[in-house]
Write a protein of this length. Structure first.
Length: 113
């Protein structure tokens, strides 16, 4: 006997909030991450954050995919990274905030970094 499985995604603000799984046997499993997931299109943003402090505009300047995202979507991902202590922010003035990663990798003698 095979089961038919259906998935219902709850997306809020472009971010995956929960996945509800239903089968024909009427077994229902709900998996809800507590703000632990974000859209995979922000992986490029993770790669652009380094030890140099940069504003959001400087981070997304050369990325056409990230420029399609709204400012609030990018800020929500950066705030989530700050809550997990993967990124830190510094207020430059009333209008600008710079972001950089918290962990710096050591410089090697061979020149890899």
């Amino acid at each position: 006997m095979s089961e038919e499985v259906s998935y219902k995604l709850h997306i809020q603000g472009g971010m995956l909030r929960s996945v509800k799984t239903e089968t024909t046997v009427k077994r229902v499993d709900t998996f809800k991450p507590d703000n632990e997931w974000f859209d995979a299109t922000f992986i490029e943003l993770l790669l652009l954050i380094d030890e140099t402090p940069r504003t959001v505009q400087q981070l997304i300047k050369h990325s056409p995919n990230l420029r399609l995202k709204t400012h609030t979507q990018i800020n929500s991902v950066l705030k989530m990274l700050k809550e997990r202590e993967l990124a830190m922010s510094e207020k430059v003035n009333n209008k600008h905030t710079t972001w950089r990663r918290t962990h710096c990798f050591s410089k090697h003698a061979g020149g890899f970094y």
